[in-house]
Design a binder for this molecule. Structure first.
Ligand code: DAT
Ligand code: MG
Length: 145
């Protein structure tokens, strides 16, 4: 069965709260493989490209500012249907309504600052995954096994 790759980010709130291990534990427990992993503080250029689909929306500026506010952990995750699978592990965008059992539902909440703070990112399609992996890991060989 063809493996698929997705880009996962533990966002600055997840790193600040010490939830990197918890997120990776859930990914590995699901049976996915970690292919590449790096902690870094992203700049506006990378984040603007990463979130290009949201440019012009009212939350774009605050989103990029938040994402640049501290280190993130970027991970390439591989497995059959890993893109949909990680989105399922993450839960819906708003952590207040995200289902219990998911990363956002179990660990996230609205702190009254921004819905933007929802712990993790996961690519939403094969096209997004390829584009995002290229942005965050330009040196990584493209092929999944
Ligand atoms: P997701 O991260 O679930 O794919 P998205 O791609 O629609 O969600 O949005 C990207 C991020 O932007 C999301 O994780 C949090 C933030 N965001 C989305 N909608 C927002 C809104 N209405 N207000 C504030 N932040 C928002
Ligand atoms: Mg998205």
């Amino acid at each position: 069965s063809a493996a698929e790759r997705t880009l996962v980010l533990v966002k600055p709130d997840g790193v600040r709260r010490g939830l990197v291990g918890e997120v990776l534990r859930r990914v590995e427990s699901k049976g996915y493989t970690l292919v590449a992993l790096e902690m870094r503080t992203a700049d506006g250029e990378l984040l603007g490209a990463h979130y290009a689909e949201h440019e012009g929306k009212p939350f774009f500026g605050p989103l990029v500012e938040f994402m640049a506010s501290g280190p993130v952990v970027a991970v390439v995750v591989e497995g059959h249907r890993a893109i949909e699978g990680f989105r399922s592990l993450a839960g819906s965008t708003d952590p207040t309504s995200a289902a219990p059992g998911t990363i956002r539902g179990d660990l996230g909440r609205d702190w009254g600052v921004a819905v933007t703070q929802n712990l993790v990112h996961g690519s939403d399609s094969p096209e997004s995954a390829a584009r995002e992996i290229g942005l965050w890991f330009p040196g990584l060989a493209p092929a999944a096994s």
